[in-house]
Design a protein around this ligand. Structure first.
Ligand SMILES: Nc1ccn([C@@H]2O[C@H](COP(=O)(O)OP(=O)(O)OP(=O)(O)O)[C@@H](O)[C@H]2O)c(=O)n1
Ligand SMILES: C[C@](O)(CO)[C@H](O)COP(=O)(O)O
Length: 226
């Protein structure tokens, strides 16, 4: 089952504190962005990549694509103020396909087997997202006081990729924009339409490079996989 992937890469990396787009930081030998792009460049079922970028970074990124032989990129639309807007800008340029994956460019350790499971589930069910079971006890806190301990057995830590049948994610993004709804992932936009979203068990290695500590974990994963 073929798919196209949307990679939002237009963030500011505030929590990383690198003073630049965190996706340009190198893990061992190349930028985080290239590690992520190479997964999809090498996946035979990926027929196109859409990269949401900051306009001022477009030329630099185009240079990286050429340097590392990333040839599947179909477009570099301008990202928006929020991650959701960056994804939507790619969806507005993408032509009809069967399955669309949305994947944080800041998650370079996704694997082909998890992608394949997500694509298959989205093909069968309409929507499927990556996640792993919560490892810590989770509690609701208000004003520094524990309000509720949430049953951990039903809690998952949600990741990307998030896979959707094309028409479903287009409708969800368009409706969200129309009503001004802002979610922290694409699944929220589909859930609010009343559509079921399936979970596909992912890996604890599929970590999002968000803070400095994540870089240490990331380089350890690369060394383990070498
Ligand atoms: N307006 C935005 C915000 C985020 N992203 C992208 O969405 C992914 C996940 O977002 P996050 O990890 O939060 O990245 P940043 O927003 O850059 O990080 P921070 O919140 O620390 O500033 C990243 O690949 C980031 O580049 C994007 O394309 N457009
Ligand atoms: C989409 C996501 O990666 C799922 O966990 C997460 O919500 C992105 O959050 P961010 O603050 O935009 O990185």
């Amino acid at each position: 089952m073929h798919y196209e992937v949307v990679l939002p890469a237009a963030g500011s990396g505030k929590r990383m504190g690198a003073g630049q787009n965190k996706l340009f930081l190198e893990l061992l030998d190349k930028p985080i962005l290239i590690h992520t792009l190479e997964v999809f460049q090498q996946d035979p079922f990926c027929t196109g990549i859409w990269l949401a970028v900051k306009p001022e970074e477009r030329v630099y990124i185009q240079g990286l694509l050429e340097q590392f032989g990333i040839t599947k990129v179909k477009g570099l639309p301008a990202g928006g103020a929020e991650r959701q807007h960056s994804v939507h800008s790619c969806m507005k340029e993408m032509q009809q396909v069967d399955i669309v994956l949305v994947h944080d460019a800041a998650r370079p350790f996704i694997t082909h087997d998890i992608i394949a499971n997500l694509v298959q589930s989205a093909h069968q069910n309409g929507a499927a997202i990556a996640g792993v079971r919560a490892k810590d006890t989770m509690k609701k806190v208000r004003n520094g006081i524990i309000e509720e301990t949430v049953d951990r057995d039903s809690l998952w830590m949600i990741q990307t990729p998030q896979a959707f049948q094309y028409d479903l994610i287009v409708e969800a993004e368009d409706v969200a924009e129309k009503v001004g709804f802002l979610g922290t992932d694409e699944a929220m936009l589909v859930e609010r339409l009343g559509h079921t979203v399936h979970i596909v068990e992912s890996s604890y290695e599929n970590v999002k490079m968000t803070t400095q500590e994540d870089l240490l974990f990331g380089e350890a994963i690369l060394r383990k996989r070498a």
